[in-house]
Design a protein around this ligand. Structure first.
Ligand code: PRP
Ligand code: ORO
Length: 236
């Protein structure tokens, strides 16, 4: 396992590996890319695993809040569906770790389909209008879901101040004329940073995961991950 990772990241990587969050095979992604590996944050469903991931998100946030450009926010927003429990559990964990600073932080999430009865609408949880919002989600691949979340939050009057994911898959943006592995394109994360002028943080990158898995899974699975990584590698 990499020695340069912060201890809380090493602990999280261990929980993800031991918890069987990573799957190997052939998976079609939201981007339509076919990946030989899949990080399934839906599998953080037991109390211990949920606590492991919310602790890692919370510590990443706390680390970022003490940087030279501190990350300040009012609401953690978890895009449906997998982002929902992640945002809720992280709000709870932040208040647990630093009650003075985070005791009043709220969560909010969207519905994939608007509700047309009862309270109605698209958003559940804290109203977004005029609030500083940090998006918390599972992975970034091509960044499409993150752009959709930013649009939804802005439509509600929220101010997106950053994005935090568990895993940066280190992939490039799809090309405007079709997603061709041989077309050079900049990184999905880098373009979001530039376009929206916000930080995009991740607990782990694909490189951390490959490093952590060496000797734990077959060499063939590692080779396929590396081959996929080269295929969708960003040009910047
Ligand atoms: O397009 P990107 O921003 O790179 O992210 C890929 C996203 O796609 C998936 O979510 P999906 O929309 O399939 O929803 P889910 O949470 O219901 O699985 C996955 O959970 C990632 O969050
Ligand atoms: O890009 C995706 O759709 C995706 C990749 C991944 O590793 N995990 C996931 O839940 N979605």
């Amino acid at each position: 396992m990499s020695t340069t990772l912060a201890p809380y990241k090493v602990e999280f990587l261990k929980a993800a590996i031991d918890g069987g969050i990573l799957k190997f095979g052939s998976f079609e992604l939201k981007s339509k890319r076919i990946s030989p590996y899949f990080f399934n944050a839906g599998n953080f469903y037991s109390a211990n695993l949920l606590r492991a991931i919310s602790t890692a998100y919370a510590k990443t946030i706390i680390e970022a809040s003490t940087s030279s450009t501190p990350l300040e926010f009012d609401i953690l927003f978890g895009p449906a569906y997998k982002g929902i429990p992640l945002a809720c559990a992280t709000v709870d964990k932040l208040a647990d770790l630093l009650p003075e600073k985070y005791g009043k932080v709220c969560y909010s999430f969207d519905r994939k389909e608007a509700k047309d009865h009862g309270e109605g609408g698209n958003i559940v949880g804290a109203p977004l209008k005029g609030k500083r919002v940090l998006i918390v989600d599972d992975v970034v691949t091509a960044g499409t879901a993150k752009r959709e979340a930013i649009d939804k939050i802005r439509k509600e009057g929220g101010i997106v101040v950053g994005i935090l994911v568990a895993l940066d898959r280190m992939e490039k943006l799809p090309a405007p004329n079709g997603d061709n592995p041989s077309t050079p394109m900049p990184s999905a994360i880098g373009e979001i940073r530039k376009e929206y002028g916000i930080p995009v943080l991740s607990i782990l990158t694909l490189n951390d995961i490959i490093g952590g898995l060496k000797g734990k899974i077959s060499e063939e699975d590692i080779r396929q991950m590396q081959e996929y990584k080269d295929k969708y590698r960003a040009s910047d």
